[in-house]
Design a protein around this ligand. Structure first.
Ligand code: SF4
Length: 449
């Protein structure tokens, strides 16, 4: 059963009389369990919908809808499928107290994998879930593989019940499902020969495996350092060597690299990033793969559409990982806009300084860096640092930040979204206003698998 959160005016849902709080019970007598059922079962031009209005009245609608016309119904958020694993490197387990509540959710949800590209391990699938993946053709899925050796994978996931991943993926592949996969690199566990085996096994699955990313594990001060370590520079170099070998082979066979090192892997190895063309469609950029090159292509693509920023002083706030890569990006941006950029690479004093990603920076870190900077015209903040309610990881509200700092702040994914709108810098009249390019339909969820 699903509950309606809102109904768009003049939509089919509104004409039917559906309202907030109405329960959507079934379509063509098939019970509705979640948003997937709703979207797929109502995709036909004609169907029977059974609902229960907030008054308790049971209604059945015989719906024929004009082609392409949306139902206009927004559902209440789904219950997130929780993770059944207990990885030593789990970021969620390593979270300190006092964060946004959803940052404590260990989600491992194939539905969010399909919809939003969250990585899932597929270890908690029931036969019914497997049938839905095939029936609804939930493809591509984003899968945390980590290792294909079942013993190593179960050890990594701390889950003796985890099914073998290769037969599982092969089964779905036979049904036409494809995957983007990742390996979180844990030195001494799934690197070296294990990484070779993993890449070999995934390659053996043919075209169903669309990409593989190799991402160095990131730990917080609160992680289980006695059980898991971050890779050294040499270990990152060795892993990159394996990536490049398999990528060379894939270039010959698939005409694309297929396996990619995360930007962080290159950074930690001290090896320059590949050119933008290496990353194709940047399919794993949200996983930190090709993120720098993607930014550079976005900046170049917006050429000629930037506002009047000549001579303005703009701070670019980011984590220490991206801070090291950012000069490559900002050289291009300064040439396009005429602005003067200053990189503020912030340390994460909430999770610990070993956490270098911008998305986990607390709001108070931004406040500390900006509160006395009267010389700045604008500060750009990483859009991934806030959720849909504009709350940072420490529950600090971005509107509150905007009130406290002396310059305008804008959230941005790729600079072009914040600077190519024709607006010149300057503080907004409403001192609590925050410009954000965050997609409205992005579901806030936990840290993923
Ligand atoms: S959320 Fe991911 S990292 Fe954490 S225990 Fe689950 S699978 Fe492991």
């Amino acid at each position: 059963m699903l509950r309606v959160a809102s109904v768009a005016p003049d939509s089919i849902g509104a004409h039917l009389g559906l309202v907030r709080g109405a329960e959507l019970v079934s379509v063509n007598a098939r019970p509705l369990e979640d948003f997937l059922d709703w979207e797929f079962l109502t995709a036909d031009d004609a169907f029977m919908l059974q609902a229960r209005l907030p008054s308790g009245e049971e209604v059945e609608y015989d719906i024929e809808r004009p082609e392409g016309m949306p139902m206009g119904v927004t559902l209440e958020p789904p219950r997130i499928r929780r993770c059944a694993n207990h990885c030593d490197f789990c970021f969620v387990d390593g979270n300190p107290t006092g964060l946004r509540s959803n940052l404590y959710i260990r989600d491992d949800d194939y539905r969010l994998s399909f919809r939003y590209g969250n990585f899932a391990t597929l270890t908690n699938l029931k036969p019914k879930d497997e049938a839905r993946i095939v029936e609804y053709r939930l493809s591509p899925l984003y899968v945390s593989v980590h290792a294909t050796d079942p013993v190593v994978r179960r050890w990594l996931l701390r889950n003796p019940e985890a099914p073998e991943i290769v037969p599982q993926l092969a089964h779905f592949a036979e049904q036409g499902i494809c995957f983007h996969t990742q390996v979180v690199l844990i030195p001494g566990v799934n690197d070296g020969q294990q990484l070779e085996r993993t890449l070999s096994d995934l390659s053996g699955l043919g075209d169903a495996v669309l990409s593989v990313s190799v991402v160095p594990v990131a730990l917080t001060e609160f992680s289980k350092h006695h059980l898991v370590a971050e890779p050294t520079r040499d270990q990152c170099r060795t892993a990159l060597g394996a990536v490049e070998q398999w990528a060379t082979r894939a270039m010959a066979e698939r005409r694309r690299p297929w396996v990619y090192g995360a930007d962080d892997l290159y950074l930690q190895a001290g090896v320059p990033l590949p050119a933008a063309s290496w990353y194709g469609d940047f399919e794993q950029r949200e996983n930190g793969v090709g993120a720098v090159r993607y930014l550079q292509t976005r900046i170049a693509a917006a050429a000629g559409r930037y506002g009047d920023w000549a001579g303005k002083r703009i701070a670019v706030t980011t984590g220490t990982a991206m801070g090291r890569l950012m000069p490559q990006v900002l050289t291009d941006l300064a040439a396009e806009t005429g602005a003067r950029f200053e990189i503020l690479a912030l340390e994460n004093d909430l999770f610990g300084t070993s956490v270098t990603t911008a998305g986990l920076l607390p709001g108070l870190a931004f406040q500390r860096a900006l509160i006395d900077r009267h010389d700045l015209d604008l500060a750009l903040l990483p859009a991934e640092a806030v959720n849909d309610d504009l709350l940072f990881t420490d529950d600090f509200d971005a509107h509150e930040l905007a009130k406290r700092v002396p310059m305008e702040i804008r959230f941005s994914y790729d600079f072009a979204d914040a600077l190519a709108d024709g607006r010149s810098g300057g503080r907004a009249d409403d001192d609590a206003s925050v410009l954000t390019a965050r997609p409205a339909d992005r579901l806030s969820a936990g840290e993923g698998a």
